[in-house]
Design a protein around this ligand. Structure first.
Ligand SMILES: C[S@@+](CC[C@H](N)C(=O)[O-])C[C@H]1O[C@@H](n2cnc3c(N)ncnc32)[C@H](O)[C@@H]1O
Length: 235
């Protein structure tokens, strides 16, 4: 913590304007033992799940636990949709969405090279031609402006180390009538067997997304463990 304070102070002295802004947007304090110590709007940001978690993402019981088929139905995927899966991991959802958007395109965005490589290999093995693997950054999705109909984020938003910058970048990529599907484990339900810092309440998600210029169109709420929140751009 002392080191973070010293770094913040040094930044403030060198670039006063930007340091002040950073201090106001994000704060640093100890919280959950699994948290990052970085906070945004009263929520502690989780650590990024490492590549070692791939087996868990691909576990055979996942379909039953999370009802992915229902999630895809909720998205109402059209054959010519352009979809972006942000924080796509091993591509668990990417390769289920791609055949449904067979005349369109699925961008599979992640920041970890091992995840990107895993998806490239799966794409080749499954002979899928409408998946584009994209390396994102901590503050950008690296997608073309105004190019995407649907954005999917499953179990990732809570671990963005720069949520403000990421949502601004997502907003830039989304078409004006596009939809953002924010899927997060329900914090309201203590029986959902996931670490607290990896869960989000609807109220917290709405607070953060409204600050970024989105409004909640609907929480479909038909998945066993997760919120299925549909956000659209606030007019
Ligand atoms: C818990 S995994 C979920 C993967 C996938 N969405 C799923 O449900 O199977 C979170 C993923 O988000 C990625 N991630 C974290 N921060 C990111 C960022 N700023 N941009 C893109 N991906 C990010 C991580 O590398 C990791 O692969």
């Amino acid at each position: 913590m002392k080191l973070r304070f010293a770094m913040g102070l040094a930044l403030f002295l060198v670039v006063p304007g930007s340091a002040l802004w950073a201090q106001e947007t994000y704060t640093f304090k100890e919280g959950d033992r699994y948290g990052s110590g970085k906070w945004y709007m009263g929520r502690e940001i989780a650590h990024v799940m490492g590549f070692a978690g791939v087996d868990w993402l691909e576990r055979p019981e996942r379909e039953r636990e999370e009802n992915t088929a229902m999630l895809l139905m909720n998205m109402g995927i059209q054959p010519d949709d352009t979809i972006a899966d942000i924080g796509a991991g091993s591509g668990y959802h990417v390769f289920k969405m791609a055949p449904k958007a067979h005349q369109g395109l699925v961008y599979a965005v992640d920041i970890q090279d091992e995840m990107l490589e895993t998806m490239r290999r799966s794409r080749q093995r499954k002979r899928i031609s409408n998946v584009k693997v994209v390396k994102g950054g901590e503050q950008t999705v690296n997608l073309p402006e105004n190019s995407v109909d649907k954005i999917l984020m499953v179990d990732v938003y809570h671990e963005f180390s720069y949520p403000v910058e990421m949502i601004a970048s997502i907003k830039n990529a989304l078409r004006s009538d596009g939809k953002l599907y924010l899927i997060e484990y329900r914090k309201e339900n203590p029986r959902v067997p996931i670490k607290e810092v990896h869960k989000m309440s609807e109220a917290q998600a709405v607070k953060e997304m409204e600050a970024a210029g989105f409004r909640l169109e609907r929480n479909i709420n038909n998945l066993p463990w997760q919120h299925c929140m549909v956000f659209v751009l606030a007019k």
